[in-house]
Design a protein around this ligand. Structure first.
Ligand code: PNS
Length: 165
């Protein structure tokens, strides 16, 4: 059985992430979507909120039964080893992502030479989307429908307003 982990802040999840998850569910038997536990409370949303958004956002993806949404803590290299996950996957939108993720992938390799990181290019339609842009749209009453799955458009707005307004 092939498995991969798609780790991220997902603060919040958006259509760029969904694009990667949809592709991974076609390639791997098991896909772990893993969000880092927000210990310092310096994220925009709580870990619980982020998990809720992810679960709802992936609910209509093909092969959703092969996807597990989890949290992790500490070093990704240790977590991957402990869970016996084959591959780490990162989505790449542009050269900035590439340089940053290459540094991370090579550092993880220094920690454990057996851990592989694969890069998946983002589809053109979603390659401009970021969590920062989603937040900017929420703050300014922008239309979120091209940016996050329809299942979470209202929920994200509500949660954001609960926290910040
Ligand atoms: O969505 P992001 O912000 O690119 O996600 C970053 C994340 C959570 C994948 C990354 O910060 C991470 O893996 N943190 C865990 C600590 C770790 O293993 N750092 C790398 C040291 S080599």
């Amino acid at each position: 059985m092939t498995s991969c982990i798609y780790p991220g802040s997902f603060d919040p999840i958006h259509n760029g992430h969904i694009d990667v998850i949809e592709n991974l569910a076609k390639i791997f038997d098991k896909v772990y979507v893993a969000t880092l536990i927000n210990k310092n409370k310096n994220g925009r949303f709580s870990t619980e909120d982020k998990l809720l958004f992810i679960e709802k956002a992936i609910s209509n993806i093909d092969k959703v039964e092969n996807i597990e949404v989890i949290t992790f803590d500490g070093l990704l290299a240790d977590f991957v080893k402990e869970k016996e996950i084959d591959t780490i996957v990162k989505g790449i939108r542009n050269t900035i992502d590439y340089e940053m993720e290459k540094e991370m992938a090579l550092s993880i390799k220094l920690l454990d030479k057996d851990v592989q990181t694969l890069f998946l290019p983002a589809s053109t339609k979603v390659s401009s989307i970021s969590s920062t842009i989603v937040i900017d749209l929420i703050k300014n009453n922008g239309n979120l429908e091209e940016f996050v799955p329809i299942e979470i458009v209202d929920l994200i707005k509500e949660k954001y307003r609960e926290i910040y307004e």
